[in-house]
Write a protein that binds this ligand. Structure first.
Ligand SMILES: [Zn+2]
Length: 325
């Protein structure tokens, strides 16, 4: 309703403007024939005021049209500081309690690829990025997504391009929940033994598949096996992708004891850590769900790689390698 009123006002304003632009000619004619300016000494001054009024009125209408505050339930204004390095894109279904930029963040408001913001770390909170490689898995990944949704946690999935076809809905759901989708190559080849063309194809094919599901290209890559060399770095630099590795490896892919995986992760939940896991093993999922349940609201926050970098004010550079933040 507010937008309808604004649109109507905008229409009327333009009508007024057209009328206004016709006035000068009339005034000039009047002053020549009837000595109009002697009767009214400052018609131009009056017109200046009218111009200012119309300008500010149009500005207000545009502001109203662009502002979604009419649909927000209870505006939640944050402390605003200048955006510096470590930007992150705010996505739908992602609630940040501590952010900054010259925007007013409102609950239940969707920000889709529109604004770069800085997240400010909360006091007494350790931030950890759990990452899951080699998926998506049509039966296991959804169990993890259920837990992520339940505990309001976010993780990063480094997915393999040729695994996506049967699990597009899983990838879409993961993305829509605010998780990050990174590339893990098309078919999990060791990049150090590939030709330059093959590396580029692996990356481009996977990016295209991810974009076809989420609508956006991945901005991160984890090279298969974590193996890379100067040539791989240089190719990934030219493709605009930072290389995300890890500093916590519970070797979950070779462990059929969920308790053991849980313990290995739990013992390394230090601030800024990147944990490597795989959503292709039931024990990994069980361990991850327990970690999320026990620590999500217990002094820890599980965030995506981009969020963790932003929190630590680390600018991710294409071709650069990152083990933790
Ligand atoms: Zn892998």
């Amino acid at each position: 309703m507010k937008k309808l009123t604004s649109l109507l006002s905008l229409f009327l304003t333009f009508a007024l403007l057209i009328f206004y632009f016709k006035i000068p000619a009339n005034i000039v004619n009047a002053s020549l024939t009837n000595n109009y300016s002697a009767i009214n000494p400052s018609p131009r001054k009056a017109l200046s005021y009218l111009t200012l009024f119309v300008q500010s009125y149009i500005l207000q209408i545009f502001t109203d049209l662009l502002d979604d505050s009419s649909t927000a339930t209870s505006p939640n204004t944050m402390t605003l500081i200048t955006n510096t390095s470590g930007n992150v894109t705010v996505r739908s279904n992602t609630t940040y309690t501590n952010i900054s930029d010259n925007v007013t963040v409102k609950p239940n408001t969707t920000y889709i690829n529109t604004t770069s913001i800085q997240i400010i770390p909360e006091a007494n909170t350790k931030y950890v990025a759990l990452t899951f490689d080699d998926g998506p898995n049509s039966s296991l990944t959804p169990k993890l997504l259920d837990a992520l949704e339940k505990y309001n946690a976010k993780v990063t999935f480094f997915i393999v391009g040729n695994m996506v076809n049967n699990s597009k809905d899983v990838v879409k759901r993961a993305y829509d929940l605010g998780n990050e989708i990174g590339s893990h190559s098309y078919d999990h080849k060791d990049f150090t033994i590939l030709s330059n063309t093959e590396i580029i194809n692996q990356v481009n094919q996977t990016s295209a598949i991810i974009k076809s599901v989420t609508g956006t290209n991945p901005t991160l890559i984890r090279v298969p096996y974590g193996t890379h060399d100067d040539n791989v770095n240089s190719k990934l630099k030219s493709l605009g992708l930072p290389i995300i590795l890890w500093n916590v490896d519970p070797i979950d892919w070779d462990c059929d004891d969920a308790n053991l995986v849980y313990e290995r992760v739990k013992d390394n939940l230090d601030d800024g850590n990147i944990v490597l896991m795989h959503d292709t093993h039931p024990t990994s999922i069980d361990a991850a769900v327990r970690i999320l349940k026990d620590y999500s609201n217990n002094g820890y926050k599980f965030v995506t790689i981009s969020e963790l970098a932003a929190l630590k004010k680390v600018q991710l550079i294409p071709g650069g390698t990152y083990f933790n933040f």
